[in-house]
Ligand binder design. Structure first.
Ligand code: ADP
Length: 174
């Protein structure tokens, strides 16, 4: 069974994962929040590789190298901007998690760390986003056993950490 961990921290500091996920914007050319932190830690090579990708639609994922980051890969995904819930935000957010895991499996990446996609600048309600994150990842892992060995949810603040911990407890995984 895949191990699912919930930790608090800076995703750019993780040393024990093949890939970290970036909550990017659709240009893939960097931004604030976790995106800015990832580009800063990875160095200019990452931006150069991203430029050649010519963007990414919301809900999809693109894989690049990790450059100066400890992990070998960055999986960039573009979360939905929260617009009240009636603009398919939930489907797009679920697509982000699913497409990142699919991209990882295709590259034979066996360990992956996710930030709380869309819950910063993009304004998604934290509880709702966490429910989608945990449900989508667990469903994917159940449907595709034996591919991903470890998933880490990396939360940046105590409130998000508590939300994820409660959710995992309810689902019997922590
Ligand atoms: P979005 O535009 O998708 O909302 P943000 O980067 O603004 O992306 O925020 C996504 C989440 O990532 C937020 O919960 C934010 O607190 C968190 N975050 C910001 N910096 C880091 C980091 N270095 N490591 C992990 N999570 C981070």
């Amino acid at each position: 069974m895949t191990m699912i961990h919930v930790i608090k921290g800076d995703i750019t500091r993780l040393t024990d994962v093949d890939a970290i996920v970036n909550a990017a914007n659709s240009s893939l050319l960097g931004g604030g929040g976790v995106d800015g932190a990832i580009h800063k830690a990875a160095g200019p090579g990452l931006l150069e590789e991203c430029r050649a990708l010519h963007g990414c639609p919301a809900g999809e994922a693109r894989v690049t190298g990790g450059y100066r980051l400890p992990g070998r890969y960055v999986i960039h995904t573009v979360g939905p901007v929260w617009r009240g819930g009636g603009k398919k935000e939930d489907e797009v957010l679920a697509g982000c998690y699913r497409n990142c895991l699919e991209a990882a499996a295709r590259k034979r990446i066996t360990s992956i760390a996710f930030p709380a996609i869309s819950t910063g600048i993009y304004g998604y309600p934290k509880e709702r986003a966490a429910g989608i994150a945990v449900h989508t990842v667990q469903s994917y892992l159940e449907e595709h056993p034996g591919k991903i060995e470890k998933v880490i949810f990396v939360l940046f603040d105590d409130e998000s950490l508590q939300i994820y911990k409660e959710l995992m407890k309810k689902r019997g995984r922590v």
